[in-house]
Design a protein around this ligand. Structure first.
Ligand SMILES: Cc1ncc(COP(=O)(O)O)c(C=O)c1O
Length: 383
């Protein structure tokens, strides 16, 4: 770990944290800002909810909107991408008789939420080393004449790929497209959300933009804004988009109040420069791990995310969800927080690089892996 940076976080120094993408990590100063927001609300809840929060939340919303390079009033605050997906499915009134397209690299909750509303899922299937044209073709092949929505992950969770969102949106038009951009804010430079040609774009701020957890954004194209409602409707009646998302009844709004503090921490940690440094660190770190495992890089023509990437595990290791879970437990038991991923019958490690990581983190993992894999093979009898 980089001690100077790690000191700004509250992570357990007894663990090697190589999974920032999962839940982020909140810098101490941001956690303290959230604590202050809570204390302020508790001093006079009536005054806070009636007189203070509307202004604080509007300011937080607009700071997130600017951070994403979007125009004022275009983007709502939600608590996470899962909630954003629910808002979109509800707003489009998706239900029985409708098809929703997801991909085999997609995060599960979009599919589950669509199925829970009675829609039928269609899956665009492509391999981890697909080139962008094959990705587009897979989405087109999954369309039916009943498709009401295509959900595409901009950075895929299990495989860390940056999918060709604009090309997919153009190819599936006029079907509306929802981008699951959970990993994107603060992690993918050069973003121009309005130029993607999509209808909805949802990104978590609590992964790579250092806000408290339960802070996310939902950008909605102008033609859909009138029909989008928060899932908690307590005080939204009569308000326009996006204000109607600001005060969602008596939920804890402190993570949103502290959004500007999280974004300030992102800038202080080095902004896009630190993303570039982390991308280089990840490339070097992944080489250490690959060398220890003796496996090939599974990369095809679709680029990998800057701070998130896969390393293939040896044949037969972590090829099922259960085996991946077992390997996760073994790695955790010897102090490594790094997720094994079973994807389409092959096992991978998904490595992340955050500002508090340094090369020694990956070197230690590389040194520990052979013995850990031996214990896993001994238990399950894999080759
Ligand atoms: C691609 C993707 N989408 C959605 C989510 C869900 O995020 P949340 O639980 O914050 O809604 C995740 C979580 O890691 C993710 O990786």
């Amino acid at each position: 770990m980089r001690r100077d940076i790690a000191e700004q976080f509250e992570l357990d120094p007894g663990l090697t944290h190589l999974n920032h993408g999962a839940f982020g990590a909140v810098p101490r100063a941001v956690r303290q800002a959230q604590d202050r927001a809570r204390a302020r609300i508790e001093r006079a809840p009536m005054r806070a909810f009636r007189d203070e929060l509307p202004e604080l939340l509007a300011a937080a919303r607009e700071s997130a909107t600017r951070f994403l390079g979007l125009p004022a009033g275009s983007t709502a605050l939600v608590r996470n991408v899962t909630e954003a997906v629910g808002v979109v499915l509800q707003g489009l009134d998706i239900g029985p008789g409708d098809d929703v397209v997801v991909s085999n690299h997609g995060y599960l909750t979009a599919g589950w939420s669509a199925e829970a509303r009675g829609a039928t899922l269609r899956t665009a299937v492509f391999p981890v080393d697909a080139d962008p044209d094959a990705v587009v073709a897979a989405f087109v092949a999954a369309l039916t004449d009943r498709t009401r929505l295509v959900v595409i992950d901009q950075i895929t969770s299990p495989t860390a790929l940056v999918l060709p969102v604009a090309a997919v949106a153009a190819a599936v038009a006029p079907v509306p497209v929802l981008v699951d951009a959970a990993h994107v804010p603060g992690a993918l430079p050069g973003l121009d959300i309005e130029a993607l040609g999509v209808d909805f774009w949802a990104g978590n701020l609590h992964k790579w933009a250092y806000t408290p957890r339960a802070a996310a954004t939902l950008w909605v194209a102008a033609e859909h804004r009138a029909s989008m409602r928060p899932l908690v409707t307590s005080w939204s009646h009569g308000l326009p988009y996006p204000e109607r998302f600001d005060l969602q009844g008596t939920v804890d709004h402190s993570s949103w109040v502290a959004v500007p503090d999280g974004l300030a921490a992102w800038r202080e940690l080095g902004g896009w420069e630190q993303v570039g440094r982390n991308a280089e660190l990840l490339a070097r770190g992944a080489e250490h791990v690959r060398a220890a495992l003796g496996t090939e890089h599974p990369q095809g023509g679709t680029p990998s995310a800057p701070c998130l990437g896969l390393v293939a595990l040896p044949d037969g290791v972590a090829t099922t969800t259960e085996a991946a879970e077992q390997l996760w437990q073994r790695l955790y038991a010897v102090g490594f927080v790094v997720p094994p991923i079973a994807f389409e019958g092959r096992g991978y490690l998904r490595l992340a690089a955050a500002p508090y990581n340094d090369e020694s983190d990956y070197e230690r993992l590389a040194a520990a892996l052979p013995a850990v894999l031996d214990t896993v093979r001994a238990t399950v009898g894999t080759p």
